[in-house]
Design a protein around this ligand. Structure first.
Ligand SMILES: [Zn+2]
Length: 511
């Protein structure tokens, strides 16, 4: 039997630290459910001492995800560790993940501590964590730039204190596969009690080597990999989960390891994250990019038609990419829609199905063919998890080469059930719509980013609009899908407005 490699997902912690990828609580819970379905072994849900939002994320994820280990990150100080343990109170399988840097450059400039002091902090942190739970992971931050003798000494000490997982992160994305192999092998040879802990790796992609380094570490004896969906994370990101898992699966002949990942959920996980954050996956991204299974050259297409293995090392189906097919039409009933969603892996309750069906019939009036992607868009657009303070009621926009763009927008304020109508002008219809909306809400937004993409093909395709908007110094994402781009823009902007209103409400009620 082949050995198991544990997949430690840090999309909600390291990933969430990447620019433009911040998520609110509801979005984190949605992502966590998908990661659970994907089969990750460990789900790192946040850094509880960093903020109340991180604390809440760990606590709520621990409540809904009962199968995986839930990890909470903390430094080695008592208050950090205690706060993490509080956040993990309801977890079925809690893990305290404590870290301190071990490289001289971090010791000197960041911590301003001696090696002896840091060794003692590592020891006492693990000791305290161990008094709360048996499952304790220790990370030697910036391990790959640490003195190897000292690293061995620290790792031996924390295992003595009871660490069950020892992580050797390439925090700054500096190492290369042969050097990493040497580090892991040295630890296995020199650390007397290394057999009592699992070696873990955590690689950053600053030189594009995160996945290669992680695979080298597994070959050298590591048995846990820390990674993220779509490779998001600090700076250039982390090792990409989907690439690692598929490399292990496709080249099992050379790397005989199992992971618990349901690979058919990879594409959906990637899309879910992209949908939540509004950060699109680059088209040529391995495994989950739009072009990952597209064959352009005629000679390739010819080969693939005869036998897919001529140019494909894995099938689109194995990662959950379905070839576009028409699934439903205007006359499909509620029952057929429910069944289709079930096939796609979504089980909808009666009220959810009613809501989805209403949106479906509206969409079926606008376009002839409904694809699976449309159905996903219906769920993601129609089931916004935050309360909708403002709803779009009506919209009219005028634009052209010879006139200034103008818009008239009617919105409903659900707090008092009042409709109001406002007008705006601008360089283009989207600006005009935003100006009109700003006049009716008591918020003024600055549009930081605006993205449109088509979800399906054809001139009646559904377009999806993502916006990043700043309100009073905090940025929010908004998104909406429609066959009409101006309509989608207005609703995406309102989605961001509603998130800002919701955040304001919550901070008021917390105060
Ligand atoms: Zn990291």
């Amino acid at each position: 039997m082949s050995e198991r490699v544990a997949i430690f997902d840090t999309t909600l912690r390291d990933g969430e630290q990447s620019p433009g990828c911040s998520m609110n609580l509801e979005e984190k819970l949605r992502m966590a459910r998908q990661l659970d379905a994907l089969g990750v072994d460990v789900l790192e849900a946040g850094f509880p001492v960093a903020s109340d939002d991180d604390f809440a994320a760990v606590r709520e994820v621990a409540k809904i995800c009962r199968r995986p280990v839930i990890a909470a990150l903390c430094r080695t100080t008592p208050q950090d560790i205690e706060r993490s343990w509080e956040a993990l109170a309801d977890a079925a399988h809690p893990r305290i993940h404590t870290f301190i840097a071990t490289s001289d450059i971090h010791l000197q400039y960041k911590l301003q501590k001696t090696r002896e002091e840091v060794l003692e902090m590592a020891r006492s942190g693990v000791r305290l964590a161990k008094s709360f739970t048996n499952d304790v992971e220790f990370s030697a931050e910036d391990a790959t730039r640490s003195d190897l003798d000292y690293l061995c000494q620290v790792i031996e000490a924390v295992i003595e204190e009871g660490a069950t997982v020892v992580n050797i992160p390439d925090t700054v994305g500096y190492t290369i596969p042969s050097e990493y192999t040497h580090i892991i092998e040295t630890l296995r040879q020199r650390v007397r009690n290394i057999d009592q802990a699992v070696i873990s790796v955590h690689c950053h992609n600053d030189l594009g080597l995160a996945v290669a380094n992680s695979l080298a570490a597994i070959a050298a004896g590591a048995r846990q990999i820390e990674c993220t969906i779509n490779g998001i994370g600090e700076r250039a990101g982390n090792a990409s989960l989907e690439e690692l898992v598929m490399a292990l699966r496709v080249r099992r002949d050379l790397m005989p390891f199992e992971s618990g990942i349901v690979t058919e959920e990879l594409y959906r996980s990637s899309q879910t994250l992209s949908n939540i954050t509004g950060v699109l996956v680059q088209p040529n991204k391995a495994v989950v990019g739009k072009n990952a299974f597209a064959h352009e050259a005629g000679i390739h297409q010819h080969g693939v038609l005869r036998n897919r293995l001529t140019y494909e090392i894995m099938t689109p189906e194995s990662v959950g990419v379905k070839t576009n097919s028409i699934v439903l039409g205007k006359h499909s009933g509620r029952h057929a829609l429910g069944k289709k969603y079930e096939e796609m892996g979504y089980t909808l309750g009666r009220p959810e199905l009613d809501k989805a069906y209403k949106l479906f019939t509206k969409l079926a009036d606008q376009k002839k063919e409904i694809f699976e992607e449309d159905l996903v868009a219906i769920l993601q657009d129609g089931f916004a998890q935050i309360p909708e303070r403002y709803k779009l009621r009506a919209l009219e926009a005028k634009a052209g080469t010879a006139i200034n763009a103008s818009a008239t927008v009617t919105i409903l304020d659900t707090t008092n059930d009042q409709e109001s109508t406002g007008t705006g002008t601008g360089d283009g219809p989207v600006n005009a719509v935003i100006e009109a909306i700003d006049r009716m809400t008591d918020l003024t937004g600055t549009l930081l980013d605006f993205n449109v993409r088509s979800i399906t093909r054809g001139t009646d395709a559904v377009g999806e609009v993502f916006v990043h908007v700043e309100f009073g110094g905090t940025s929010y994402t908004g998104k909406a899908a429609s066959t009409d781009i101006i309509d989608a823009s207005a609703r995406a902007y309102l989605n961001a407005v509603n998130k800002a209103c919701y955040a304001r409400e919550r901070s008021r009620s917390a105060a």
